[in-house]
Design a protein around this ligand. Structure first.
Ligand code: ATP
Length: 284
């Protein structure tokens, strides 16, 4: 038997850091939502007790370092499943981009194996399992739009933002999330984005207010390290995106656009100097 799952990319409409915790993690407050750029996973039962991962993408690990492998191992161990599984990952989400591609693959694996092996694990329990794999995994289990607190694993669902186009551009650099958080100083911040204003913009479905409230306190760190991310942001704004922000710790920059007529111009303008550009819809 085979099951298929889609693993969409996430973007942060807001990312705030409140303080550094005793355990070394940062206490965050984020609003996450999903966009229609997704990896596709195929999971097939194997009679042998083994986990095999394959992918057309040459640049991700296919062994126990792969988050889909780790998700399969976790669910097998926890629910004492003796069958094995073959998982093929059709990667579409750029890797190490700030789009939670690996986390979404892990979440899709948990959902898929729950169906394949008829385990009937409720979503909340799948999210708890996901939290053992990474802070973004619980959100990716259910998707939608959520406020995430703690390390990102404490979720409160909110309505989806108004439908729009999302243009994503990833410069050809690798940004380490740990490095960005390591350099981040909460006491050096000039201010925090307003969670309350963003929530009311979303609840009232005010697209331009959502654009006005976009904020990510990690931007300054990544932008100072990588001027090309700064250039990309400027270019996206000049080309006419309604709101522009870096996702996660970067380096992907996204632009929100309400009018379809603007999308091709922004996409083509960016493609002039950035190879990886995507124009997709918000997943609402
Ligand atoms: P986040 O936004 O959660 O920080 P990201 O988009 O920056 O995530 P990922 O694409 O999830 O980063 O990849 C981060 C690292 O995880 C890469 O170095 C990659 O080798 C490794 N990795 C493990 N499994 C996967 C997977 N299934 N897909 C992509 N990367 C994976």
């Amino acid at each position: 038997m085979k099951v298929y799952e889609k693993a969409p990319a996430k973007i942060n409409l807001l990312l705030d850091v409140l303080h550094k915790r005793e355990d070394g993690y940062h206490e965050v407050e984020m609003i996450m939502t999903m966009v229609d750029l997704a990896d596709r996973l195929e999971m097939e039962e194997l009679p042998r007790d083994t986990i095999i991962i394959s992918s057309q993408a040459g640049y991700i690990p296919l062994d126990e370092k792969n988050l889909a492998f780790q998700a399969a191992k976790l669910i097998k161990d926890r629910y004492d499943v003796k069958q094995g599984v073959y998982i093929h990952l059709d990667k579409k989400i750029p890797v190490a981009a700030g789009l939670a591609g690996g986390s979404s693959d892990a979440a899709a694996t948990l959902r898929g194996l729950n169906r394949l092996w008829k385990l009937n694990i409720p979503d909340l329990e799948l999210q708890e399992l996901g939290a053992e794999l990474g802070s973004d995994v619980p959100f990716c289990v259910t998707g939608g739009t959520a406020i995430a607190r703690g390390r990102g694993e404490k979720l409160e669902m909110i309505p989806n933002p108004p439908q729009c186009w999302v243009i994503l551009a990833k410069p050809p650099i690798n940004v380490s999330t740990a490095d960005v958080y390591g350099r981040f100083r909460v006491d050096k911040l000039n201010g925090h984005p307003s969670m309350a204003d963003m929530i009311s913009a979303i609840e009232n479905q005010q697209f331009h207010d959502v654009c006005g409230q976009l904020g990510n306190v990690l931007e300054d760190v990544t932008l100072s390290l990588y001027p090309e991310v700064h250039q990309l942001k400027d270019a996206m704004m000049k080309l006419g995106a309604d709101g522009v922000l870096m996702s996660g710790s970067g380096p992907t920059v996204f632009g929100l656009v309400s009018k379809e007529s603007k999308v091709a111009r922004i996409y083509n303008g960016l493609r002039g100097f950035c190879k990886e550009v995507y124009a997709v819809r918000m997943l609402t």
